[in-house]
Design a protein around this ligand. Structure first.
Ligand SMILES: [Cu+2]
Length: 752
């Protein structure tokens, strides 16, 4: 059982829901789902122990900075499940073959030796590994993600490098880098990419006061540190920027400051004027009752209505397997409704934010978050705030820049959400002051949630399952903005959001992989929109009529199914099974419906843009290939110029996509122009993007008719006393957290 399962075994209701008959009525079982489960702590340790016992790898611990660790050593950076090949998984899931062998994907930093590099390995079989073999080509060592050890070295080295600026920093900020700085210490944010060309590793650091919400407290000093050498003593400052002025070195700035030649901006006193970056409540609302009492809550009157067993989830027709991949985040597998497969995989691939600004750090910031450990940054979710109190919380284990499995408590949560709007309803007016009937169905969705806190920013990742066969993926952005020191030149690149703070404009983009298997792997892709026709009226031929008709465009090759930004995306994006029809003779289909305000982050082909070539497209549909598993990688952040994965190559051969196994790659996002209300944090309302997967002639009717939470109210025969007949298929008596009044509905209306 996976790490999401072993220690949690059975949470929620155990009984699987009843399965309505479908074309393939076998639901995914918990046992089968477990082939997709993340590695357990025991498996992670087994991989580590197996590899560290190989003398030829010469692996040393990752941590041990304080013990004098070295960057010129070999270490195990990442261990995670290597998901089975799709062909093998399907043989097992559908044909009853043997379960695929469990294997690990391992990233090793080879810092020792004459040619430092990063090499990936496949290790297996688990739980008792017997082999390891390299996977792919070694990656340049300068492209590796930043590890804690290097960051610690950077911290320490900076103290030496900025020694000449001791007086200056104290004067302008009241804070310092001294070891005895107490409550008045300086810290920094490092931006990426780290340089201007492949092979470089030189980073702009933005110095900040280390107070709560330090991201909003730049002191105006930015320094460019070249740290490509493995010996930190060789790291140097190449350039210095202070409040709009450039200097060759810290010494030059210090000397010019001493001579009174630098205009300085003294920061407001702390803590008197630094409350703004904290969560501490201040002020009052001008209207409305007090807000200190609990707000509305999610409640489960009869306990959970979903079944979670290990990494297997079942709810109102849905079944799926999930994992929290350390490198990228949430990944769903074998998503089925009523036993029929909708998608083989739905997963987060990458999240980026590209900035503009007038300070060098802001100008250089192009965050590509997988390179920061996006999937592993799944810190604890708070009951009642991040997820409802009644949610089921699941721990995760990550082996990322560590020396063993690290437990992330409550990394995931799962809950049924009342959507606050009926799934369906109708008031059937009799136009005589009453109704022929009222019918309604409670609106609910099951939410699977995780978060990634990538330094300042927090992403909240959700997958929602609705009982009508609709699935939704969405991401909310919150946390602190990446902001820089305000100078008047900054007005061109955002908003001044505090006395000395510029909120820099940036574009957030998120990339999703949706490997659709609509009622089977063989699918075709078609777009639909409306077009107008101008015809003569059949019943009055002298007159003309203009009306819409369905403009269907089969897309038979990958290039015809790649939609670059700048051109409108057709509104109906249909994935259909050409061999399966519903009862009404339509090819069974699912529709992909994006919810996005994305646009490109850079002109096509411009330097760093090559590292995120997926971001050229709203949507691209490709043929499934095992070697086109992910659209990004751990190494793009620090070498976007010669990326290890080029999504553009997925499209290059322009393959046929007719009746093939298709993968939809979807980019969603938004332009964020920070404003005063981004202080203290970017708030979630309005900052949500994602997509829906909606059945379109996949079923013969709305499958939510199977829900027993429907209510129908009809007028009773005239002689009855109640006046109405209420029909329902669930408990009638009031339950906990339901109104103590019995349900009532009259359906009449009158003049007064
Ligand atoms: Cu933003």
């Amino acid at each position: 059982m996976g790490p999401l399962g072993a220690q949690l075994a059975v949470i929620g209701a155990l009984t699987l829901l009843a399965w309505a008959a479908g074309p393939d009525p076998i639901p995914l079982s918990p046992e089968k789902a477990s082939i997709f489960a993340d590695l357990t702590p025991a498996e992670l340790r087994a991989v580590r122990d197996f590899l560290t016992s190989r003398p030829e790898l010469d692996l040393q611990p990752n941590q041990g900075g304080s013990l004098g660790g070295s960057l010129a050593r070999n270490s195990l950076f990442l261990v995670e499940l290597l998901a089975p090949k799709k062909s093998q998984a399907l043989r097992y899931l559908d044909l009853g073959g043997r379960p695929p062998r469990r294997r690990a994907r391992v990233v090793v930093f080879f810092g020792a030796g004459p040619e430092p590099n990063v090499t990936e390995y496949v290790v297996g079989p688990l739980p008792r590994p017997t082999f390891y073999r390299p996977s792919g080509r070694p990656v340049a060592y300068t492209a590796r993600p930043m590890a804690r050890l290097e960051l610690e070295f950077l911290n320490r080295r900076l103290v030496d490098l900025l020694e000449p600026l001791k007086v200056f920093l104290k004067d302008v900020s009241g804070f310092s880098l001294d070891s005895n700085c107490g409550q008045r210490c300086l810290t920094f944010t490092e931006v990426a990419p780290r340089g201007l060309a492949s092979g470089e590793r030189r980073t702009w650091l933005m110095l900040q006061r280390d107070v709560e919400g330090f991201f909003l407290h730049p002191v105006g000093l930015e320094v460019l540190v070249d740290h490509h050498q493995l010996d930190p003593r060789l790291w140097v400052v190449q350039r210095v920027w202070y409040s709009g002025q450039y200097f060759a070195s810290p010494t030059e700035l210090a000397e010019r400051y001493a001579r009174g030649m630098v205009s300085v901006v003294r920061l407001p006193p702390h803590p008197e004027e630094s409350l703004f970056s904290t969560f501490v409540p201040r002020g009052d609302f001008a209207s409305g009752p007090p807000t200190d009492q609990p707000g509305a809550k999610v409640c489960e009157p009869s306990g959970p209505r979903y079944a979670l067993y290990g990494n297997h989830l079942a709810y109102s027709g849905w079944s799926l397997a999930f994992r929290l991949r350390s490198s990228t985040g949430l990944q769903l597998f074998d998503v089925r409704f009523n036993g029929g497969r909708v998608a083989y995989e739905v997963s987060v691939q990458e999240a980026i934010a590209f900035y503009g600004g007038s300070s060098p750090a802001a100008m250089q910031t192009k965050y590509i978050d997988v390179g920061w450990g996006m999937g592993s940054l799944s810190h604890e979710l708070a009951p009642g705030i991040d997820c409802p109190e009644v949610a089921t919380f699941v721990d995760a284990y990550h082996y990322y820049d560590a020396d063993g499995p690290v437990r992330y408590p409550r990394a995931l949560c799962l809950f049924e959400l009342p959507t606050g709007v009926p799934l369906r309803r109708h008031f059937d007016n009799d136009f005589q002051g009453g109704s022929n009937f009222y019918g309604g169905l409670e609106g609910h969705a099951l939410v699977l949630r995780s978060s990634s806190t990538v330094y300042n920013y927090d992403y909240i990742w959700d997958f929602l399952l609705y009982p009508n066969g609709v699935m939704e993926a969405r991401v909310h952005a919150t946390g602190y903005v990446h902001a820089s020191f305000y100078t008047p030149e900054g007005d061109r690149y955002g908003s001044r959001i505090q006395a000395h703070l510029l909120g820099n404009l940036h574009t957030h983009l998120v990339h999703f992989k949706v490997d659709l298997d609509v009622a089977g792997p063989g699918n075709s892709f078609e777009t639909m929109d409306l077009a107008f026709e101008n015809i003569s009226l059949p019943w009055e031929p002298s007159q003309r009529l203009v009306q819409p008709y369905l403009d269907r465009q089969p897309r038979s090759r990958e290039r015809q199914a790649a939609f670059p930004f700048g051109k409108p995306l057709p509104r109906y994006l249909m994935f259909l099974n050409p061999t399966q029809k519903n009862r009404w003779g339509h090819q069974r289909s699912y529709r992909l419906q994006p919810n996005s305000h994305a646009s490109r982050v850079l002109p096509r082909g411009w330097k760093e843009e090559n590292g995120v070539s997926w971001s050229r497209y709203h949507l691209a549909v490709t043929r499934h290939h095992e070697n086109e598993d992910t659209s990004s990688s751990l190494y793009v952040q620090n070498d976007p110029w010669q990326p290890t994965v080029s999504f553009e190559n997925f499209l290059r051969n322009d393959e046929s996509i007719e009746n093939e196994d298709l993968v939809a790659w979807l980019t969603v996002g938004f332009l964020h122009i920070p404003h005063a209300e981004d202080v203290p944090n970017t708030a979630t309302p309005g900052n949500m993007v994602g997509f829906y997967l909606r059945p379109f002639n996949f079923f013969d009717e709305d499958p939510s008719v199977a829900s027993r939470r429907t209510v129908i109210v009809r007028p009773d025969p005239p002689e009855s006393k109640e006046g109405v007949r209420i029909q329902r298929w669930g408990p009638v008596a009031p339950q906990v957290c339901m109104s103590q009044e019995p349900f009532s509905y009259n359906g009449t209306y009158w003049e007064e």
